[in-house]
Ligand binder design. Sequence first.
Ligand SMILES: NC(=O)c1ccc[n+]([C@@H]2O[C@H](COP(=O)([O-])OP(=O)(O)OC[C@H]3O[C@@H](n4cnc5c(N)ncnc54)[C@H](OP(=O)(O)O)[C@@H]3O)[C@@H](O)[C@H]2O)c1
Length: 294
Amino acid sequence: MKRKLLITGASGFLGYHLLPLAVKEWEVHAIVHHNQMADKEVTCHHLNLSDYAALEQLFNQVQPDAVLHLAAISNANSCELRPWETWKVNVEASINLAKLSAKYGVHFGLASTDLVFDGKQGNYTEQNEAKPLNKYGRQKLEAEALCLRFNPKAIIFRLPLMVGAPWASEGNYLRGFLAQYEQGKDINLFTDEYRSVCGAASVAAGMLALLPVAIGIIHLAGPERLSRYELGMIISEVFGLDSQRLKKCRQADLLMAAPRPADVSLNSNLAFSYGYKPLLVREELLQLDLERDL
Ligand SMILES: NC(=O)c1ccc[n+]([C@@H]2O[C@H](COP(=O)([O-])OP(=O)(O)OC[C@H]3O[C@@H](n4cnc5c(N)ncnc54)[C@H](OP(=O)(O)O)[C@@H]3O)[C@@H](O)[C@H]2O)c1
């Protein structure tokens, strides 16, 4: 009999890449919110993650062996403009799941972000001090601390900017990039903002491998430190786009609600020591069905 994995945010971008891997090893139960899931191999449960009593009832019913909490409102500008609504999902829901996983003695993983760092240093290890510049980063850092307080055996996965199947979700980076290109627009890309960009399938495989064995904070990023412009050049090469349409710009050129850190590249040596082996962005993109429509 397979062990049971309860996943939140399964209908999102990372969930899309994680589910096909998870069902090979686990009996998967997904908590869904607005979106439906059509996957026959996954059992869906509709509920509000802020409702502790309903969550506890679900824990009783499913009796999961592990919980992976991916659900979030991860648009930094939304967090800046709607702090209370986003706090309920990004922090309160995380606390509820940390408490319940501790109470039921099951593995618990939280998806966090490289945006907990201020970006002044780069190549951050798990030992470096986190000092977020925007509300999204502050909410995730608060969720990290409270999850570890309520469940000291929790694992906190700090994730980088991810790329993967553009059709996986409405708001993912690659989808937005390709849509802008299709509309005939130039694409402005920062030369002074760096992330350890990674393919979502690599990250998903790492999370599933580490969830039962690791605890505490762990960086799960890609092996490359790329500027947005460098990432754009890789995308345009893989998708056969006209790279002349990619225009270099700097963070200061664009006014946005949420302040953006300059270099939040992550050092993932700890994860590598556990056997985490992410592909290069180019390698992961080449595995996609490049002919498929958005
Ligand atoms: N994508 C990235 O590049 C990236 C980078 C660093 C960290 N992360 C983190 O990785 C995780 C997954 O990101 P993602 O890109 O997959 O996010 P996403 O595509 O935006 O999906 C978010 C998911 O959260 C669910 N959700 C939102 N509000 C909810 C609520 N109130 N109750 C229940 N579910 C709710 C959504 O469900 P419905 O669709 O049903 O509403 C959706 O499945 C997040 O924690 C994010 O912060 C992502």
